[in-house]
Ligand binder design. Structure first.
Ligand SMILES: C[S@@+](CC[C@H](N)C(=O)[O-])C[C@H]1O[C@@H](n2cnc3c(N)ncnc32)[C@H](O)[C@@H]1O
Length: 423
């Protein structure tokens, strides 16, 4: 396929990649923790089956909550994930490392037995980060602190991590955060949810899924298949050059989700950060990078940035920065891939300030410039329920469906498949 002759408007939606009515998001450990812009497991499964073989190493440089790594393990492929977000690291570690079900059940029973020892008075004076006081009413804050303390006492690291993921998942439900929103927004009318009941319920679901995952891997003899998650920057990883057979990844969307903000509850409780501003800084796609340059390496990107600049200078600079970062990521992916290895990038186009941000087209150009050969570009439609497809017309941030001030974006996305040219 010649990238320069590629006309995106002529690409037809491929129904084979639609995965209508699938329930794979609930399968095995995929449902442990909510995560914005999660991969559809079936999509990753198909890419793994088409582009890799048993015992290959697959990398995801924007691993998020680890969908690629979980699917890799289910297929007997080794995997390495990279993410800048410590919350993603925690979730992925737990989702890819099943625990012997009998051990897990015993530890859970021990932990829940301690709930009866909770005494509001002994926890009422604890001091926590001021943002925790902002998001949680005192009773819930104290119960969560009790749960957290008791989880930290568990010696088995995998079991401790497992309960930390469960607790992290329920933090939003038990806080004052507007449940339907990814934006940090208080819902003054939100009914109070008891942390002990929420934790109990969610952990039981996770225990069931752990058993399923453990049993499947044991039967296939994949329990010990290597899987590693690194808390690193996708632009510069510690992955050895030429060590990876395939990369399956989905980069953050441009100025849409603020992962640092979205995961702040866990980040404050688990003391991953003390202030949000420094937490945000290293995320690609953030609106807070304060980049000053408008220069782009890709001609397509430059066209978009120039158009944007006439409407909003700040947004133009952030988008220029995003594409510059993506160029660095393309170079890093090239470095870690073996010759003839494949990279599969899932990306959607969008609109900001009425300017079309054709990220897929820019990515094709960046991949070609880096030394990849484009093999295929697949267009698929996204079922609304899986990914928020609406942006606020003014701010450009994702908002919930049916909001009056909204506009449909990402009704479809692209899967770019490229091969590293032999050197
Ligand atoms: C679209 S999400 C990936 C979701 C993933 N496919 C899944 O199924 O969970 C993009 C991810 O990129 C991560 N990210 C943003 N900037 C990064 C950086 N500089 N290096 C590594 N990861 C980064 C975010 O933390 C987020 O987890």
């Amino acid at each position: 396929m010649e990238a320069k002759n590629l006309r995106f408007e002529d690409i037809k939606i491929d129904p084979e990649w639609h995965f209508k009515n699938v329930r794979s998001i609930e399968r095995f450990t995929h449902g442990y923790h909510r995560y914005p812009a999660k991969f559809l497991p079936d999509l990753v499964k198909k890419l793994i089956e088409e582009h890799t073989k048993l015992n290959d190493t697959i990398a995801d440089v924007f691993a998020g909550c680890g969908t690629t790594l979980v699917e890799a393990k289910l297929h007997g492929r080794k995997s390495i994930g990279v993410d800048i977000n410590p919350v993603a690291e925690l979730i992925t570690k737990v989702k890819t490392n099943p625990i012997k079900p009998t051990i897990l059940q015993k530890q859970f029973d021990r932990l829940t037995d301690r709930f009866s020892q909770f005494n509001l008075n002994s926890y009422s004076k604890i001091s926590k980060h001021e943002r925790i006081d902002y998001w949680f009413v005192p009773e819930n804050k104290n119960k969560i602190a009790f749960l957290y303390d008791n989880i930290l006492k568990i010696r088995n690291k995998s079991v401790k991590g497992f309960f930390l993921v469960s607790l992290s998942h329920i933090l939003k439900n038990c806080s004052r955060w507007l449940q339907s929103s990814t934006k940090p927004q208080v819902d003054p009318k939100k009914p109070l949810i008891d942390p002990f009941s929420a934790f109990n319920y969610h952990t039981k679901q996770m225990i069931k899924k752990n058993k399923e995952f453990y049993g499947y891997l044991e039967e296939k003899d994949f329990l010990d298949t290597r899987c590693e998650i690194k808390l690193e920057d996708a632009r510069k990883t510690s992955i050895a050059a030429g060590s990876v057979a395939a990369i399956i990844t989905s980069p953050p969307y441009v100025t849409s989700y603020e992962y640092a903000d979205i995961h702040q509850l866990t980040a404050y409780w688990y003391e991953y950060v003390t202030d949000l501003a420094s937490f945000r800084r290293n995320f690609i796609g953030t609106f807070y990078s304060q980049n000053q340059s408008l220069k782009c390496h890709s001609m397509q990107a430059q066209k978009i940035v120039d158009q944007l600049f006439s409407k909003d200078g700040r947004v133009a600079k952030e988008v220029a920065n995003y594409f510059k970062n993506m160029q660095n990521v393309a170079e890093e992916m090239y470095r870690i891939l073996c010759n003839n290895g494949h990279v599969c990038v899932v990306i959607g186009n969008t609109t900001l300030r009425n300017v079309k941000i054709e990220s897929a087209e820019v990515f094709v150009e960046l991949l070609e410039q880096t030394g990849f050969k484009i093999k295929d570009v697949i267009k698929r439609s996204i079922p609304n329920k899986l990914i928020p497809t609406i942006r606020d017309k003014t701010t450009g941030k994702f908002v919930k469906l049916n909001s009056a001030n909204s506009k449909l974006v990402y009704p479809e996305e692209y899967i770019l498949i490229a091969r590293k040219r032999e050197i």
